[in-house]
Design a protein around this ligand. Sequence first.
Ligand code: FAD
Length: 463
Amino acid sequence: MLVIGGGPGGYVAALRARSLGMQVTLVEKENLGGVCLNHGCIPTKTLVHHCEGVSWMKRAVDHGILREGPLVDFAALMADKTRVVRAMVENLRDLVMRNRVRFVQGIASVQEPGVVTVDSGETLQARHIVVATGSREWTPRLSGAELPGVLGTRDILELTKLPEHLTIVGGGMIGQEFASIFASLGSRVTILEALDRILVGVDLDLAKRYLAGLSAKGIECRTGVMVHEIVKSGDGLRVIYVKSNQEKTLETNLVLMATGRRPHLGDSGVDRLGIRMENGAVAVDEFLRTSIDGIWAIGDVLGRQMLAHVASYHGELVAENIAGHQKPVHDDVVPSCAYTAPQIAWVGLTEEAARAAGRAFRTSMFPLSGNGKAFSIDQPTGWMKLVEDSDTGRLIGAHMMGPYVSELLGEVTLALRKGMSAADIVDTIHPHPTISEALREAAAGLLGGSIHAAGRVRTFGPR
Ligand code: FAD
């Protein structure tokens, strides 16, 4: 098997294939680990972790534990993030070598099914080729997008000086994560979002509550605005945008374009072979086979949920299917996290999606103000919201906002995947004091009684 792309899709496919006894070659043009390890999940979450430390120190001053707030050395913080990434890339290289995956550095290009050339001049042959070339940043056509100081998510991770004022175009998950990071370090942050809401995909109840808390953190969010030009202005930039048919301007030091990602074939050449594409993404069947015999595709290049854990799941599955296991993809229950402050984590249907699908359902919402752990760590702002199908009694959605909620997501994802009910969660003793107790309280609400606060239960009929 030959894998093109060493991101969380490709390298996991290679390792799983080795454990199944195949001979494997992995070709990567940059560092192993892909966007996730080098320019995405890991560097951002390292920064998020340090920023939580900074926020803790600020709160410690309020509580009289520290006399002074932290003085952050931004360049040192960014260097530390790079150290973490480099160490993990090294570990991954080691893991790949120890598992006797043949690693080739270079740009791979498929000449015909079974034959791949690398820009170093080498020609490789494989019975099965896995395309795991990922995605790339997408920005709308915008005059001034090429100016120095207008950055993508990859560039902003290389900054060495903290901007005084950062403007972020795009109020989705990635834009909001960067807003939280820079605001907690002391930048003034303005988010410009085209839609009339932020965090598309997040339950609207939670997204609204999150939005309401932003200004207290030094983040201003302007929704329903269309950015149409960026021009140089003195040492900084001027962003020109339209809101309610009126042209407005905003002076800023730096602009981050957080406007999304698109699948990317990355010179792999499979488009020249006439592979079937759908909406700019590689089309695959339920076993991850493309339209060309012997060529498979996984991860972001499929343009589905562009998340590292989805890519890795595909990676394991494709190796198993190449080995003949015939396992169909089940990526209908996919957990998502926004590592904002506070975190937002969710899986399954939102209230809006359940309503749009015409389902009969109930929701239960429990506030973290009724949770001992949230109080003891001084972060009592957050909610647990569960969505239950009224006909089957099964949980169909879970939406959480608060500290550590990304760590709770495995529990509710398992519950949804296995068709469990609120009673299954309530019948399970949860440890004290933890945020997980609030999840159990939200489930108890659906059964008629949360204990530590008045949760809110609402019933919706079919359309
Ligand atoms: P990629 O990681 O994009 O890897 C593809 C690899 O293929 C690249 O290394 C590329 O160099 C290589 N390649 C391409 N063409 C060729 C070629 N012709 N020859 C050789 N090599 C080639 N996801 C999460 O789940 N959690 C998060 O917290 C999270 N945070 C993110 C934060 C940011 C700022 C960004 C940008 C993304 C984040 N993501 C997160 C998304 C996550 O990074 C991607 O979903 C994931 O990396 C996709 O994995 P992949 O293997 O499909 O592709």
